[in-house]
Design a protein around this ligand. Structure first.
Ligand code: NAD
Length: 342
């Protein structure tokens, strides 16, 4: 009977699908509110045919080795897969899958929730009201910024970036600029969007900048020569937004990040927010999460959410189904639909 190791508890639907197949499902219940430890990952992987992992858990070569010779697939419960050593998986002939598509709308909605929250000072106003500071309506009390008719720059026009562009253009009448290594002329026609050939030219033109790229680290010399589809790191997105680029943004602009924390140099961002280089930021992801750079927590011109952009009941359940389905397809000898590495 195939054995499945689930690194942290996930919505029941995915577990049920695996159990209905007669698989033995081992859930690492100890890691309900924290990441799994290396020992838990290695212990769980031993003898497993499949690992169902979540993004907090680093599936390294060492973890995969613990699962060999049985381990056939690592099914990630996320669209990003920067927590998995893809090179090691490829080398060890272990499939890797993700959960794209089912969370696109939810993450795009959360991006807008953040954008509106920072521009209309929602979190700050909530703190103000709760603190009993609302003594009278005031013509200049907590003035914010409109989204309507402003310019948004989208960095990474994939599934989520495109959905954000749709809300921006059709819902809020915003002008959409975008940068992506792969321009999309059809999208430009549909949304009146304008392609900007590089990020440095895009930043000074935007009132809002929203990031939707995968986290890709720069190529290491030891990885040179690995297949391009795995390590296309010429387009590294690590610290894509750094001190220099923050200075290229307008002092009135806002940065929104729902992609991955290390895409932004968090210390440089905190400094830029403190010194007025940019007006505000709204972040769902953090460079050293679950730690958050302490200065950020003290600033009023920041909205912070704890990596919950895809966290709705429906979406998390669909992610669990997709991850379980990828495992079932792989173990029944078919190609899983969301293959990242074979
Ligand atoms: P996607 O693959 O559809 O889109 C990513 C886009 O980024 C692609 O169009 C790609 O060409 C582009 N890109 C790659 N390198 C780039 C670079 N250097 N500069 C500009 N663009 C670049 O992925 P998606 O489904 O839209 O998801 C995007 C990312 O969002 C995921 O990789 C994940 O890290 C993140 N995400 C976060 C959450 C969350 O909970 N906060 C949830 C889902 C996804």
């Amino acid at each position: 009977m195939p054995k499945i190791f689930v690194t942290r508890p996930i919505p029941e639907m995915g577990i049920k699908m695996l159990r209905d197949k007669g698989y033995e499902v081992l859930i690492n219940e100890a890691a309900k509110e924290r990441a799994a430890t290396l020992d838990e990952l290695k212990d769980g992987a031993r003898g497993a045919d499949a690992i169902l992992s979540v993004l907090t858990d680093k599936i390294t070569a060492e973890v995969m080795d613990a699962g060999l010779p049985m381990l056939k697939i690592v099914a990630n419960f996320a669209v990003g897969y920067d927590n998995i050593d893809l090179g090691a998986a490829k080398q060890k002939n272990i499939m890797v899958t993700n959960t794209p598509g089912v969370l696109t709308e939810t993450v795009a909605e959360h991006t807008f929730a953040l954008m509106i929250a920072i521009a209309h000072r929602i979190a700050e106003a909530d703190r103000f009201a709760r603190a009993g500071k609302f003594t009278a309506w005031g013509p200049e009390l907590l003035l914010g910024t409109d989204l309507c008719h402003k310019t948004i720059g989208i960095i990474g026009l994939g599934r989520i970036g495109s959905r954000v562009a749709l809300h921006a253009a059709k819902g809020f009448g915003m002008k959409v600029l975008y940068y992506d290594p792969n321009p999309n002329p059809d999208f430009e026609k549909e949304f009146g969007a304008v392609y900007v050939a590089n990020i440095d030219e895009l930043l000074p033109q935007c009132d809002f900048v929203s990031i939707h790229v995968p986290l890709l680290y720069p190529v290491k010399s030891s990885e040179a020569g690995t297949p391009k589809e795995l390590f296309d790191r010429v387009n590294s997105t690590y610290h894509l937004i750094n001190e220099e680029r923050l200075k290229k943004m307008k002092p009135s602009a806002y940065l929104i990040n729902t992609s991955r924390g290390p895409v932004v140099d968090e210390k440089a961002l905190a400094q830029a927010l403190k010194s007025g280089v940019i007006k505000g930021a709204a972040l769902d992801v953090f460079e050293f999460e679950p730690e958050i750079t302490p200065e950020l927590k003290e600033l009023d011109n920041v909205v912070l959410t704890p990596h919950i952009a895809s966290a709705t009941i429906g979406t998390r359940s669909r992610m669990a189904e997709l991850a379980a389905n990828n495992i079932i397809e792989a173990l029944e000898g078919r190609t899983p639909p969301n293959l990242v590495v074979k």
